[in-house]
Every structure is written in C-alpha cells, then in structure tokens.
Design a protein around this ligand. Structure first.
Ligand code: URA
Length: 224
C-alpha cells in the first residue's frame, strides 16, 4: 500500500507537469530524483543513450571516436560489466567486440547463452587513450551513467569482469582472487566477480577458475 502525503502529492504533480512539458527524454543525471523521473515515466535504455551519447563531461569525450553505451537485452537477468572500450569497441561503438569480446562470446556459448540474451557494458563509456587504466576522476564522472543503466535493466545478477569493475562497484580494493566465489551486492542486486577475458588471454592459468565461475553463473541464472 502506498500512502500519499502532501509532499509526495506535490512531487507527483510536479513530475507529471515535467513529463507533459518535456516528454520522456528528460534526465537529471546523477541525482536520486533523476531515477524517480526515469522509472515513473518508463524511460527506456534507448532514450537514455540518446540523452547522454554526446557526453563531454571528461576529456575522453574529445579523444573517443564512438560512445560505447552497452549492448544486449534491455531486460536481461544477467549483466556483464568490463572496464572500458578498447580500440575495436571505440571504432564500432559496441562493447567487447575485439579479441577479449570474442572470448567472452565463446564462454557465453559454452554456458548456452548469447550476447543478445544478456546485457554487456563497461565502467567507462569512452576509450582511454592507448587503453590505459581508467583514472579515478573518469570513473567518478561516468559511473552515474552505469548506475542509471543498471536501475533501468534491474538484472538478477551482475558480473564484474576484472578488477576495475569489481573495485568500482564494490568500493573495495582487494585482490581479484579474494573477491571471487562470493555473492556480493550492488545496491540490492547480487554481484559476482570473475576474471576479465583479456586476463584469460594473457594468462591461461586463469581459464579453469574462470570456467568454474561461469558454470556457477549459469546455475544461478537458471534457478532465477
Ligand atoms: N575490455 C573491456 O573492458 N571492455 C570492452 O568493451 C572491451 C575490452
């Protein structure tokens, strides 16, 4: 049951007026209110992407070729989050389409999933020059975009691929090995940490534990 207080009534009337004036495309980025507006007006990921894909909030906006928003099912149960677009992703505007992406596709296929059935995105939407590690200020600036995506998708499970995604979403800076094999929470959504596919390409010793993680992910998703 929801009780309407004078304040909630005022907020509702205000939001209704805003919707009448601006339609569904209005975003107040990185505020709690933004999401109240988005969810109450059923904002879609496509509308959100349109609203942010010209972003120039950090210097990466100047050096990128394409803004890499994310790809997949907008109501996916499972979301994979990597670090940032690389050269191929920056060229094509889609996450995980280079060598690491091909490996991710293969792993997904081994657990009977396709990239169309899940959602794939990154902590950063723009490529850092020479694929350098994202800087704290870039992550801080870009993170509200990912947070809004996750709120719109509302998946059952988030998989953080690699240390940048894990450390950002969990605000813990311990080793990737110690973050694996546990169910964490991002807000109230379950989150699992595993190796980034690029790490598997560099170090084949990670392949077996990663395969165990993905089998576990499959079992969680098939239960839900
Ligand atoms: N590595 C990432 O973290 N993300 C991509 O989209 C591609 C490579």
């Amino acid at each position: 049951m929801s009780i309407e207080t004078p304040i909630s009534g005022m907020v509702k009337r205000y939001l209704t007026q805003v919707k009448e004036m601006y339609g569904d495309n209005l975003f107040f980025e990185d505020t709690g209110i933004s999401f109240a507006i988005q969810s109450s007006f059923n904002t879609s990921l496509t509308e959100f992407e349109k609203a942010i894909n010209k972003c120039q909030k950090c210097p990466l906006g100047e050096t990128r070729n394409k803004f890499v928003f994310g790809v997949g099912d907008p109501s996916a149960k499972l979301v994979f989050i990597g670090e940032a677009p690389g050269r191929d992703e920056d060229r094509l505007g889609e996450p995980f389409v280079g060598r690491a992406g091909k490996l991710l596709d293969k792993i997904l296929s081994a657990i009977n999933m396709t990239r169309e059935e899940v959602y794939i995105c990154n902590i950063l939407k723009c490529r850092p020059p020479d694929n350098r590690t994202p800087q704290c200020e870039e992550i801080e600036t870009c993170l509200p975009y990912l947070e809004t995506q996750l709120k719109i998708i509302n998946p059952k499970l988030i998989v953080a691929l690699g240390a940048t995604a894990a450390h950002t979403l969990l605000s813990i800076k311990t080793s990737l090995g110690s973050l694996r094999s546990k169910i964490w929470k991002w807000r109230d959504i379950d989150l699992i940490v595993t190796y980034h596919p690029a790490a598997l390409l560099r170090n084949p010793n990670f392949k077996r534990p990663a395969w165990e993680d993905f089998q576990w992910i499959q079992s969680i998703i098939s239960r839900n």
